[in-house]
Design a protein around this ligand. Structure first.
Ligand code: ADP
Ligand code: MG
Length: 610
């Protein structure tokens, strides 16, 4: 239905008129009703827009497109006195171009659908007054309301009320979620029942939703390598093609054959074969809660054979829990140990730091504000609390600071020192994400051969986690730089490496890897910024989904190039040269790959991908 709307949209009226006039003129001329000059006028009218596009592309983009080929074919037809053939070829090509442009528009439209229509204003409460403001003018801290049936337009926290929310537009997750006070809600999600007051926590342009829209819109710009390759091939091919066509003419002196050859040698689908797949693939992933920052990454992810995982916050859940607090020094109670640790870690975004601070708050321990604060990535923090130097971090961090640790470690353990003497420790229980093992299995069945886990945590907890989820190679006690080096080494062995991480300390490694995947909701902004792919919710199974979608997209590109461009064109040229078909049949056959390539690409939006 929608397709029909596009087909007869106002913008296309001119194209339809052109097709009609050229078609009608051909028929009337063939029935010997129309005089010859009138046919020429009709052809001129039809070919005018093609020549215009051809010349503009040639001058501005130095690009030789289908339009040029067809214009030349038509002109050759007229010079060679094959008027009727020229007119019919022209008509069919005009139809093909028309279908192509309508198809591109419908793809864009289905992406729009997917994202949904977005309201431009919302109600906010400022100074106890209700005002309607433009969505770009919403400020952090504003209060807004979302009622049943409405789309939430901001990222924020529920401060009053209860609602059931459909998060599918953002996470692809279809089960509705119950949201109460203090829960986070995302722009783009829909209230299916209830009503909530929301306090805005992010500027509109920073919301996940805004990012999704932007990504899909930008997807065309980040060209896939194969796309650059096809552009390059096209530019080499064209001079060869022209020589070939001239050769055919000199040898056969057959104008009709030259026209037919020109139709099959035009690079039309070469230009369409990949961009459409890219848009569809990125849109499809976005629909499932996977943000892919460009077509380029679809192809790269499809080729990845090695996955490297960070541990804390990535394979284990973003919120680990405190197992025990121990005091080694009689001068300090366990509560005081916890108070120092929490105060020092107060400004850190590390998941372990957040856990310690939350635990202290929950234990009603008062958490002081540190006066100085330095993060040592992969190790811990150094802070000044109430005039004392406090060190919080792992065993390596302590030995590097000349505070040797003799205690046996059997799980993630954070040590605390005050003024250079060890006062206690906090043990942390890692909770492995429930889907981690399954995610690895799925990746393995999809053809990924090598898995590694790299962590800054100790050997013992690294081993526990890696073995529990089925990764046989791991490295513990790594600094962020060492994670990069490890990835570089893998790449030198010829591996295509994807790295999955959540923290600031993972950001350099995410950038180094061929593909960086960041954990979205509980991860850090730094990781999301450098990553090529962001998993909007923290579900690790989405990694396998991303891999599947990218493989499918890459396959579609190859199908398009092979069938659409290769087979049809090669067979076409052979048929022409062996006098089996003439220019009119050639133009008709030419429609087939046009439509096939387009349908094959758009299919990506809907088809089931295992
Ligand atoms: P992973 O590589 O597994 O994500 P990190 O490199 O982030 O782990 O951290 C490695 C180790 O360093 C942690 O297990 C912890 O012992 C220690 N650590 C890092 N940052 C902090 C912090 N802010 N507070 C306490 N300990 C920390
Ligand atoms: Mg981490």
């Amino acid at each position: 239905m929608k397709y029909l709307n596009f087909l007869f949209a106002k913008e296309h009226r001119m194209e339809i008129i052109r097709i009609g006039i050229v078609g009608l003129a051909s028929i009337l001329f063939w029935m010997q009703i129309l005089p010859f000059p009138a046919l020429l006028v009709a052809i001129g009218f039809g070919v005018y827009s093609l020549i215009k596009t051809a010349v503009l592309e040639l001058i501005h983009e130095r690009k030789i497109g289908t339009e040029l080929f067809i214009s030349i074919a038509v002109i050759i037809g007229i010079l060679g006195q094959e008027y009727l053939a020229a007119a019919i070829v022209l008509m069919i090509i005009l139809i093909a171009e028309y279908i192509a442009s309508v198809n591109t528009e419908t793809t864009r439209a289905s992406i729009q659908d997917l994202i949904g229509t977005i309201p431009t204003t919302t109600i906010v409460y400022r100074n106890n007054k209700e005002t309607t403001v433009k969505i770009e003018e919403v400020r952090i801290g504003d209060l807004t309301l979302a009622r049943t049936g409405e789309r939430i337009l901001v990222d924020g926290v529920v401060i009053k009320g209860t609602a059931t929310i459909n998060q599918a537009p953002i996470t692809g997750e279809n089960t509705p979620q119950e949201k109460n006070e203090d829960d986070t809600v995302y722009a783009g999600t829909i209230v299916t029942s209830g009503a909530i007051n929301i306090q805005v926590t992010k500027l509109v342009q920073d919301t996940v939703f805004a990012r999704i829209i932007k990504l899909v819109e930008d997807a065309e710009q980040n060209q896939a390598p194969i796309e650059k390759l096809t552009d390059k091939i096209a530019s080499y091919l064209i001079p060869i093609v022209f020589l070939f066509v001239i050769g055919v003419y000199l040898y056969t002196r057959d104008v009709k054959m030259v026209i037919a050859v020109l139709i099959f040698t035009s690079p039309a689908e070469l230009g369409l074969a990949t961009p459409l797949v890219t848009i569809s693939g990125v849109a499809r992933a976005a629909k499932e809660g996977i943000l892919i920052k460009g077509g380029l990454y679809l192809e790269e992810l499809a080729k990845v054979d090695t996955f490297v995982f960070d541990k804390t916050g990535t394979l284990t859940s973003g919120i680990p829990s405190v197992h025990s607090v121990i005091s080694y020094d009689k001068k300090y109670t366990e509560k005081e140990v916890l108070a120092f640790a929490a105060a020092a870690d107060r400004r850190s975004s590390h998941p372990i730091a957040k856990t310690i601070v939350a635990f202290a708050m929950q234990q009603k321990v008062s958490v002081a504000e540190p006066t100085q604060f330095i993060v040592v990535h992969g190790r811990g923090v150094r802070a000044t609390v109430k005039g004392k130097t406090v060190l919080v971090g792992n065993k390596e961090f302590f030995s590097e600071n000349n505070i040797p640790i003799s205690q046996e470690i059997s799980q993630t353990t954070i040590f605390i020192a005050v003024d250079n003497s060890l006062i206690g420790a906090i043990t942390i229980s890692d909770t492995i994400r429930p889907e981690a093992k399954k995610a690895i299995e799925l990746l393995r069945t999809s053809g990924v051969k090598h898995f590694y886990m790299l962590t800054g945590d100790n050997e013992k907890s690294a081993q526990t986690v890696a073995q529990a989820i089925g990764i046989s190679e791991w490295k513990a006690n790594l600094l962020p730089e060492e994670k990069i080096d490890y990835i570089k080494t893998l790449q030198k062995q010829g591996r295509m490496v994807a790295m999955v991480g959540d923290g600031i300390n993972d950001a350099p490694a995410l950038a180094q890897a061929n593909i960086g995947l960041a954990i979205g909701a509980s991860g850090t902004q730094a990781a999301m910024d450098v990553a090529d792919i962001v998993l909007v919710d923290d579900n690790l199974l989405k990694i396998a989904r991303a891999k599947a979608i990218s493989k499918r997209s890459y396959r579609t590109i190859k199908e398009n190039l092979f069938v659409g461009v290769g087979v049809v064109h090669v067979i076409g040229i052979i048929l022409v040269l062996s006098h089996i078909i003439g220019p009119v049949e050639a133009a008709a056959i030419h429609l087939v790959p046009d439509v096939a390539v387009l349908l094959n690409s758009v299919k990506l939006l809907r088809v089931k991908i295992e």
